[in-house]
Write a protein of this length. Structure first.
Length: 300
């Protein structure tokens, strides 16, 4: 039985590693550089990696786009959401600390749970509520302490004052919203073509903004200076996506998503190693956030 599921376990391990190194690489790419150019380059490479996969699948399946009308509107809607999310995300990683922002992404599971309950896809329960509390407390303890009352420590303004925090929260909310839309398209859309479509606006929009602002040269400069960072980052990010698809052939999302959150610990370690962040006090809060995310997913 273990040997039959071995490809799934390997895919999970690869996804954890890919996501763990992706965020530090994005920070290295966008730090002290134009975030619009960094986002455009990063996701542009990812899109180019998907094109031959789409072409190969389309050539081998004459009905590849037969159900286009059943998912194209969802793909276009999420393209707008992902464009906002990805540009804000790259900006946030460029100005904030990897070891702080990576665990903060777990708020996406809170938003997703709230949206699922609102639309009748999930019910209120003790286990998901415990997950919300665990994620919230983890974020509270993740944020640097202040010499004020306990009530002041719990203030959400403390989180928002951290560099890049508001960007990561917007990113988490956007992804949770987009995932809900993705669910309705999943039975009909070829995954790789769907990803190519809903990531396209991040690149096209970035190119348009750079051109309108007269900053297209920033993209060329970034290619010359940091292509060696963008390439492995894009491979790690896109590889993590493909490995998720493989893992979902063997395991339920309720297992894949919580286990994937272990990538947070790799990101924290690399944040300390590459950027000299003070990570000692962030391991336990991050563990609390990961446990909370697992409770939210398993309790849905």
């Amino acid at each position: 039985m273990l040997s039959a599921a071995l490809p799934g376990y390997l895919a999970l391990a690869g996804r954890i590693f890919g996501l763990g190194v992706e965020r530090p690489l994005i920070k290295a790419l966008g730090q002290h550089r134009d975030s619009i150019a960094a986002t455009t380059l990063y996701f542009g490479i990812g899109e180019l990696l998907l094109v031959p996969l789409v072409a190969w699948q389309w050539l081998h399946d004459p009905l590849y786009v037969a159900q286009l009308d059943r998912w194209i509107l969802q793909a276009l809607a999420t393209a707008v959401i992902y464009a906002v999310a990805f540009h804000v995300y790259v900006y946030a990683m460029g100005v904030g600390e990897v070891s702080y922002l990576s665990p903060l992404y777990a708020t996406a599971f809170i938003w997703l749970y709230i949206l699922d309950v609102s639309f009748g896809h999930a019910r209120l329960g003790i286990q998901p509520a415990a997950g919300v509390v665990a994620v919230t407390l983890g974020i509270v303890f993740l944020t640097p302490p202040v010499r004020h009352t306990a009530l002041a420590r719990l203030s959400p303004l403390r989180v928002l004052r951290q560099p890049g925090a508001w960007g990561m929260l917007i990113y988490a909310f956007c992804l949770a919203t987009a995932r809900l839309i993705d669910k309705s398209a999943a039975p009909y859309a070829p995954p790789v073509l769907y990803a190519l479509t809903n990531n396209s606006l991040s690149v096209l929009g970035g190119l348009a903004i750079l051109a309108l602002r007269g900053r297209s040269a920033h993209l060329g400069q970034l290619v010359r200076e940091r292509l060696w960072i963008a390439l492995p980052g894009a491979v790690a990010g896109m590889g993590a996506y493909v490995l998720m698809l493989i893992a979902l052939d063997y395991f339920n999302p309720s297992m894949v998503e919580p286990v994937t959150q272990l990538s947070v610990f790799i990101a924290i370690a690399l944040g300390g190693l590459w950027f000299h962040e003070q990570v000692r006090a962030r391991w336990l809060p991050a563990a609390l956030v990961v446990c909370g995310a697992a409770l939210l997913m398993l309790g849905r």
